[in-house]
Design a protein around this ligand. Structure first.
Ligand SMILES: [Zn+2]
Length: 147
């Protein structure tokens, strides 16, 4: 799925950028430099810059898609899956608060496990080995709107 998205994002990156001859410092809409004839061209993205390849353009595109706030999403899941309050002796305490303050280590492990399972289930996707995640639905929508 990841590869499939990257292919589509790469197409969008090509559409949104233009070939650029660094030697002559000109944009070459035809794909060949009109000054020196080179077809070994960088990509130019308006307002951002000039660089080889499209990876950097894909990074720019991804800025337009909301990142998943991993902790917030996990907390929402926990609130839906467990009682919001639990009893400690005669006290009622927020379950989330207990988890996050007293069992932080377990909370972190569970958070990472949950993120992995969300990824396996195709709910979220990462393009940088799990540093940041996007909702699959948001990526699909972005691709649809920009293709
Ligand atoms: Zn040139």
């Amino acid at each position: 799925m990841n590869e499939e998205f990257l292919e589509k994002l790469n197409e969008i990156a090509f559409q949104k950028s233009e070939p650029f001859c660094y030697g002559c410092y000109v944009i070459c809409p035809s794909g060949r430099c009109s000054k020196c004839g080179s077809d070994d061209l960088m990509r130019h993205l308006d307002g951002v810059g000039v660089e080889w390849g499209t990876d950097w353009i894909i990074k720019e595109l991804l800025l337009d898609i909301d990142e998943v706030d991993q902790e917030e999403s996990f907390d929402e899941y926990l609130e839906s899956a467990y009682e919001q309050e639990c009893s400690v002796a005669w006290l009622k305490v927020e379950t989330l608060r207990i988890l996050k303050e007293l069992c932080e280590c377990d909370y972190r492990i569970a958070l990472n496990d949950w993120i992995s399972s969300e990824e396996e289930d195709g709910e979220i996707v990462s393009f940088n080995n799990g540093v940041t995640y996007y909702k699959v639905s948001a990526v699909k929508e972005y691709i649809k709107e920009n293709s």
